[in-house]
Design a protein around this ligand. Structure first.
Ligand SMILES: NC(=O)C1=CN([C@@H]2O[C@H](COP(=O)(O)OP(=O)(O)OC[C@H]3O[C@@H](n4cnc5c(N)ncnc54)[C@H](O)[C@@H]3O)[C@@H](O)[C@H]2O)C=CC1
Ligand SMILES: O=C(O)C1=N[C@H](C(=O)O)C[C@H](O)C1
Length: 268
């Protein structure tokens, strides 16, 4: 089979640039398109040059319809609104849609489902191997420790991040809830401020720190009288997310329509 042709959306963004570099460096995939936001200064420019290097023969465009039509996979780290529009176009192209975007509302997640009836969608709030391993560990520890162990998820990110809690924090919280035999919707504590009252037994809390250039840090804290267990993941390079996303795009090439996540891709 030919190397799959990959289109990157949000190409000028932090992850978009990392994804393009990763695809360009790969011998298993080809970069065939780069979609940027209408009005972007990148439109009409070679993306290699726009990133400060040599030309690579791919011109940035805001015409997502034309760019996505010939793709075998679209890797999309943008915004929930943009991702919903790209999902429709990617399904029409019968291409694999790898979604790294976070911050979806419940209604937006439901709105993604029709596209998955026509092509594979692989979505994860974190595409790194380490975090996806941590998700399994979190489920296991939560199952082993009873309700007298309080669970809190603490995350830190750079000062440009727009959503909280992070997609990763929500994955970890969901895994902890699964370990307790239920869902995060049942156990999630609303953000704390003011006179909150004592902690509700069995609940799962979240705290978000935003500052500087932190790539992404996550702690799952299990705390009880006299001791604490802390599971931690520290990301120091966005390349870990881009490598995971490219792996997902390649993995998805022989998969049927449906919704998948990184645990499927990694066989976890
Ligand atoms: N799942 C994972 O492993 C990871 C997920 N993320 C998520 O990826 C998303 C993007 O993160 P960053 O790259 O840091 O943000 P960013 O703000 O640097 O990049 C987003 C890009 O999307 C573009 N965009 C927005 N609307 C668009 C449209 N309609 N058409 C084309 N392009 C559009 C913006 O112009 C921007 O260039 C966030 O939701 C973040 O949480 C980030 C890192 C890892
Ligand atoms: O916005 C980011 O930067 C990141 N977003 C993802 C998230 O919301 O968890 C993954 C990673 O932590 C970086």
């Amino acid at each position: 089979m030919d190397k799959p042709g990959i289109v990157i959306t949000g190409a000028s963004g932090r992850m978009g640039q990392m994804l393009m570099r990763t695809v360009l460096a790969s011998d298993q995939a080809r970069l065939v398109g780069a979609v940027v936001r209408p009005g972007s200064g990148w439109i009409g420019r070679d993306v290699g040059e726009a990133m400060g290097g040599a030309p690579v023969g791919v011109i940035a465009t805001d015409d997502a319809v034309e760019a996505i039509a010939p793709a075998q996979a679209v890797i999309d780290f943008t915004t929930p609104e943009a991702t919903l529009a790209f999902a429709e176009l990617t399904a029409q192209a019968r291409a694999v849609h790898v979604i790294g975007t976070t911050g979806f509302s419940d209604a937006q997640l439901v709105a993604l489902k029709p596209a998955a009836r026509h092509a594979p969608i692989i979505r994860a709030g974190n595409m790194s191997l380490g975090v996806n391993l941590l998700v399994g560990l979190t489920r296991k520890v939560a199952a082993a420790l009873g309700e007298d162990w309080d669970i809190e998820v603490v995350e830190a990110h750079h000062n440009r991040k727009v959503d909280a809690p992070s997609g990763t924090a929500l994955m970890l919280g969901e895994a902890a809830a699964e370990g307790r035999g239920t869902t995060l919707a049942d156990l999630r504590t609303p953000a704390r401020e003011g006179i909150t009252g004592a902690r509700e037994k069995g609940s799962i809390g979240f705290a978000a720190i935003r500052g500087g250039d932190v790539v992404g840090e996550h702690d799952v804290i299990f705390a009880t009288a006299g001791e604490r267990v802390v599971l931690r993941h520290l990301a120091t390079d966005r390349a870990i997310f881009a490598r995971g996303a490219l792996r997902a795009a390649i993995w998805g090439q022989d998969k049927g329509p449906g919704e998948y996540d990184m645990a499927d891709v990694l066989g976890l």
